[in-house]
Design a protein around this ligand. Structure first.
Ligand SMILES: *[C@@H]1O[C@H](CO)[C@@H](O)[C@H](O)[C@H]1NC(C)=O
Ligand SMILES: *[C@@H]1O[C@H](CO)[C@@H](O)[C@H](O)[C@H]1NC(C)=O
Ligand SMILES: *[C@@H]1O[C@H](CO)[C@@H](O)[C@H](O)[C@H]1NC(C)=O
Ligand SMILES: *[C@@H]1O[C@H](CO)[C@@H](O)[C@H](O)[C@H]1NC(C)=O
Ligand SMILES: *[C@@H]1O[C@H](CO)[C@@H](O)[C@H](O)[C@H]1NC(C)=O
Length: 364
């Protein structure tokens, strides 16, 4: 009986860890991938272990490379993930629009491998061994339909250039990128999401992000920035800069970002913040958790979510939230996190409820 239990436990563990690998392999850089069923977009889950592949091979009349699965219900999708492939399979059927290649051992992409297909929409290469010098720069240039190119968790050292102009999402998190090729983004006017977290970027020069006029979300967390980069795309709404060692924030740090709504600056070693640093009214959510701040910085009255847990805050200046309190001048704050600081509930100034009058939760 004990033996049986043990065996069951081992089985359970194996199953659990296999599942965990697949799931962590497939976070696509941390931002979910929403599927548009009206466009016939396929499931983003791996078919590994979910579908009897032999059945498809026997029943699907369409051509399918030996290294892939071609499910009947998504005829434009090829699932060639988690197979230890060293290369992208050749003789890809020309119906291919969604190509899943994550979790393989692909280090290079030659010019010709995609030459027979023209309708590619998604190319997913997360968790491979891609190297910048082994990536033929022209390989994607002619893929006019390509809207998603994902290569998170590879060994790229620079942002590829010659990316197709229609690209909407570029996900290159957790590589070794230390530079952006000149002009890499110049024609990407439709790019809305750019993931570059977990790389080795130190600076952004003036021309680097030029052309990204539609960019909405930019993740630069976990790089080597020591100040907030100056030359960011001006219209971004979501900027993630956590896990960089920033020396401080000055009045110009976010000056040109007129649409900035969501700003993450967690774990940046921040000790001081200039009173004007957040003086812009577009801001909705601000994450300053896990820093070394001793006071609450001045934030706009439009701010709705402020996360400041795990700092060294000792005081609660009401002027940080409200410059004056009147019928219309009050803070729109809904959630305020101050837990893990050196401040206690009884230290709040008596009139704080007049200022924070729409607050839903406070953690202290
Ligand atoms: C492209 O198609 C040609 C002609 O069918 C074939 O000979 C060639 O191997 C194909 N190339 C790839 C990379 O699939
Ligand atoms: C991946 O490819 C390298 C050579 O490029 C090889 O040495 C290694 O054994 C391969 N790993 C797997 C898991 O196939
Ligand atoms: C960018 O998006 C617009 C609107 O969806 C579209 O008309 C245009 O063709 C796209 N540009 C490229 C280069 O695909
Ligand atoms: C920041 O670093 C911490 C600790 O190393 C890690 O747990 C967290 O996932 C990182 N967050 C981001 C956004 O990079
Ligand atoms: C924010 O900036 C405006 C000018 O853009 C200025 O009038 C205002 O006093 C500043 N607010 C604070 C709290 O410093």
């Amino acid at each position: 009986m004990a033996l049986l239990c043990c065996a069951a436990l081992v089985l359970l563990c194996v199953f659990h860890s296999a599942l965990a690998t697949i799931v962590s392999d497939m976070d696509y850089g941390g931002v979910p991938l929403w599927i548009n069923r009206f466009l016939d977009e396929p499931s983003v889950l791996s078919l590994q272990g979910r579908i009897d592949t032999a059945w498809f091979r026997a029943n699907n009349p369409q051509a399918c490379p030996q290294q892939c699965e071609c499910p009947i219900q998504w005829p434009k999708a090829l699932y060639c993930d988690h197979r230890g492939l060293a290369d992208i399979p050749d003789s890809l059927p020309d119906r291919t629009q969604y190509l899943f290649l994550q979790g393989n051992n692909i280090s290079s992409i030659s010019h010709s491998v995609l030459s027979n297909i023209t309708g590619l929409r998604w190319l997913i290469l997360d968790h491979n061994q891609l190297q910048s010098d082994r990536l033929d720069q022209a390989v994607l240039q002619n893929q006019a339909q390509l809207c998603y190119f994902f290569a998170n968790h590879n060994h790229l050292s620079s942002v590829p250039n010659a990316l197709p102009a229609g690209l909407k999402q570029l996900r290159l998190a957790h590589n070794q990128i230390s530079s952006i090729s000149p002009g890499a983004f110049h024609s990407l006017h439709n790019l809305t999401l750019l993931l570059l977290q977990g790389n080795r970027l130190q600076t952004i020069t003036e021309g680097d992000f030029k052309g990204l006029v539609s960019l909405n979300l930019l993740d630069l967390s976990g790089n080597l920035f020591s100040t907030v980069p100056r030359h960011l795309p001006p219209f971004i709404q979501q900027l993630y800069l956590s896990n960089n060692s920033l020396s401080g924030l000055d009045e110009h740090s976010f000056k040109k970002l007129l649409n900035l709504k969501y700003l993450r600056l967690s774990r940046c070693g921040l000790q001081s913040i200039h009173p004007q640093a957040f003086n812009f009214s577009s801001l909705i959510e601000l994450d300053l958790s896990y820093n070394k701040l001793t006071t609450i910085p001045t934030v706009p009255t439009t701010l709705q979510y402020l996360y400041m847990e795990a700092n060294e805050i000792q005081e609660f200046p009401l002027t940080s939230f409200c410059r004056e309190v009147g019928p219309l001048s009050y803070s729109r704050m809904k959630i305020l996190r101050l837990d893990g600081n050196k401040i206690f509930y009884h230290q709040l100034p008596p009139d704080w409820v007049f200022c924070l009058r729409v607050l839903e939760s406070i953690y202290i």
